[in-house]
Design a protein around this ligand. Sequence first.
Ligand SMILES: Nc1nc2c(ncn2[C@@H]2O[C@H](COP(=O)(O)OP(=O)(O)OP(=O)(O)O)[C@@H](O)[C@H]2O)c(=O)[nH]1
Ligand SMILES: [Mg+2]
Length: 465
Amino acid sequence: MKKITPFDTIAAISTPPGEGGIGIVRISGNTAFEIIEKIFKPHRKKGISDNLKSFTMHLGYIKEKEEIIDEVLVSLMKAPHTYTREDIVEINCHGGAVAVNGVLRLVLKNGARLAEPGEFTKRAFINGRIDLSQAEAVLDIVRSRTNKALEAAVNQLKGKLSGRIHNLICVLKSVLVVLEANIDFPDEEDVSPLRLKDIQKKIDSVKNELASLIASYDTGKIIRDGVVTVLSGKPNVGKSSIFNAFLRFDRAIVTPIPGTTRDIIEEQLNINGIPFILADTAGITDSDNVIEKEGVKRSRTYMDRAQLILVVFDGSMDFDERDIEIIDRAKTLRWIPIINKIDLPIKLNPEKLIQETGMNQDFVYLSAKNGKGLSELEKRMTDMVASGDAGGDYSLMITNARHYTILEKTLEELGHASDTLDVNGEPELVAYDIRSAMDIIGEITGEVTNKDILDEIFNNFCIGK
Ligand SMILES: Nc1nc2c(ncn2[C@@H]2O[C@H](COP(=O)(O)OP(=O)(O)OP(=O)(O)O)[C@@H](O)[C@H]2O)c(=O)[nH]1
Ligand SMILES: [Mg+2]
């Protein structure tokens, strides 16, 4: 393996693994053009060396000695107007794994080093093209599961969050300037006198803004990561049928035999732009069967870690103590009760169930068989997430745990500043707290960062990004 030096030339396959229409090998660094000159033979008579213009494309062969590896389209992009701000070459190969890997191997043989995960984006950050929160947004864009998640990530990439943070830092800076002038030259005439009320007001405005960003995280996190949701209930009530109805295909096995589902099956679902990670589980029962027992154990564990529980009852039968046990477990969590099989004559008495359990949720009436009630259930699920404790309409959302922690710490630091102002107003102490608040919040955009944080962030990327 080659030694990693900060700005050597790197290369990687930037398209997903497997077969595709095309596969792209991307090269970035000082010797990117040199490398392509060595291995690329254009179809035009003129060599590529005579035509190294930025933003041009060239058709030809990638050749190792006389052997043709692939017919490709090469794009040249000259620094500094590129993704990494370095010279970039992208080779569009035919999509097969063999061709793309063959081209990459040849590029590496001719002097490039295999890029680490996220290294292209890391260079864009280090070279000042984007800040850290924008680099993180690139990762979120690649991973977004719904349009809403994508929108949040794109906003962050466009610098909406960075802009907001920058404004807050500016306000804090202006407070600091007044404080420091008074500390250093308390008696100078042209230093405006220290008006503690004004300072408190400015600090409060920053604190409010921070609090509202922090509050947006519950929703932001859900929009980015999805709501872990579990179907729970006794055997045979129709959990797998509902699971399949959501997915609009027969994903899970459905039979009239109780105890059909044993393993937990997870699928992703997009309901009105909100991602759900939906799990079908084994029916809760006291079975002696070893396999079923294990399934029930897993269902219970999953219920504890889920963010939303869909408890299913069979409407064609009366409820029993097992249903009550399941309600007792779900009641303390975020949950929706569902009476299924409403296409059959109803034997379950909902009022009695409410009476016996003291539950305070309305039932959703559903037939997994004919789909009746499904859209109401979907609405209940999204309402539950998008309103109440995890709701709100935010112009800008925090979606990233790192940002959330930083904002909380900043708010705490400003709290100290406010407390000091309240007690004795010593400008030195207030200035100290404000300076540390500025240092902390600067970590979001990476104005202040250490190497470990950078490694942690970029290691989450895939190679080639
Ligand atoms: N009539 C009617 N039958 C249903 C409905 N939903 C499910 N069923 C039937 O009920 C039986 C059990 O359905 P499943 O979806 O396998 O139930 P489950 O809760 O996943 O069962 P386990 O995996 O054993 O816990 C099957 O015969 C389904 O066809 C419904 O809405 N109406
Ligand atoms: Mg099942």
